[in-house]
Write a protein that binds this ligand. Structure first.
Ligand code: CAA
Length: 240
């Protein structure tokens, strides 16, 4: 039977590319989404991939969502923690809510998903967790203390959980994307984005499929010796 993979924020942007590629790899993929019902319906119609709605920052909702998937689709073998938001602003203008929402969803979402699925992977002796971090969690970014802290936290979370999963066949890795051609990056003011792109040695934004390819590798059987690692896919913008 095909292994079951859940991709959070899996109906749009990088998440959509990951969902599609894991399906091509032979997984039974379920995409989670938080709010955009119309996009999710369109995604399912185009791809045939089921979409389940809940907020990954909500602990109880995440436990319930994963339990529903386990009952309706099968035990969850692969989790890609991709769901994330930005609430950019310099610290002196940033509200506590903007800080808290980014921490709750981007970092809290990884904890909630792991709580819901890691024990089962551990018991069954096989699992893959891939957390989507960011270049801005590695290098920091002006106007992103919340996002950089959450993404940096994801990299620490990855290395800690990898140690707990290793002897049970559960690998935990992170990918740190650079600036990828998605709605999230399109929201950066054009003059700011132009300056950022000018500093990318490869000379362009990345494509969502270029991140998905890395996830696909980390979820494969042949990546069983790779754990606790961070794969940077950023066009050479930050060599770390
Ligand atoms: N370093 C130093 N100074 C900077 C700077 C930088 N990187 N960027 C801006 N400044 C300076 C500006 O020059 C300006 O200075 P002056 O007032 O002296 O001219 C000052 O900071 C204010 O700049 P803004 O006008 O941009 O300030 P703002 O309050 O209107 O906006 C901001 C601030 C919202 C943070 C805006 O700069 C912004 O959106 N920056 C982009 C942040 C970013 O890269 N986000 C990534 C989103 S995509 C993502 O996160 C995905 C991923 O994982 C990569």
């Amino acid at each position: 039977m095909a292994r079951v993979a859940v991709v959070t924020g899996g109906t749009r942007g990088i998440g959509e590319a990951i969902s599609r590629m894991l399906k091509d790899d032979g997984f039974t993929v379920v995409a989670n989404y938080a709010g955009n019902e119309a996009k999710a319906r369109d995604f399912t119609a185009r791809t045939g991939i089921a979409a389940y709605r809940w907020d990954v920052g909500d602990h109880e909702a995440t436990l319930a969502g994963c339990a529903q998937i386990a009952a309706e689709v099968g035990p969850i073998d692969v989790v890609v923690n991709n769901a994330g938001i930005t609430r950019d602003g310099v610290l002196h203008k940033m509200s506590f809510e903007d800080w808290n929402e980014v921490m709750r969803i981007n970092l809290g979402g990884c904890f909630n998903m792991a709580k819901a699925t890691f024990p089962g992977m551990r018991e069954r002796g096989w699992g893959r967790i891939v957390n989507i971090g960011s270049i801005n969690g590695q290098a920091g970014q002006y106007g992103q203390v919340n996002y950089a802290a959450a993404k940096s936290g994801i990299h620490g979370f990855t290395k800690a959980l990898a140690q707990e999963g290793a002897k049970y066949g559960v690998t935990v890795n992170a990918i740190a994307p650079g600036y990828i051609d998605t709605d999230m990056v399109a929201a950066v003011p054009a003059p700011v984005l132009e300056k950022i792109v000018a500093k990318i040695p490869v000379g362009r934004l990345g494509q969502a499929e270029e991140i998905a390819r890395g996830v696909s590798f980390l979820c494969s059987d042949s990546a069983g010796f790779v754990t606790g690692s961070t794969m940077s896919i950023n066009g050479g913008q930050h060599m770390y």
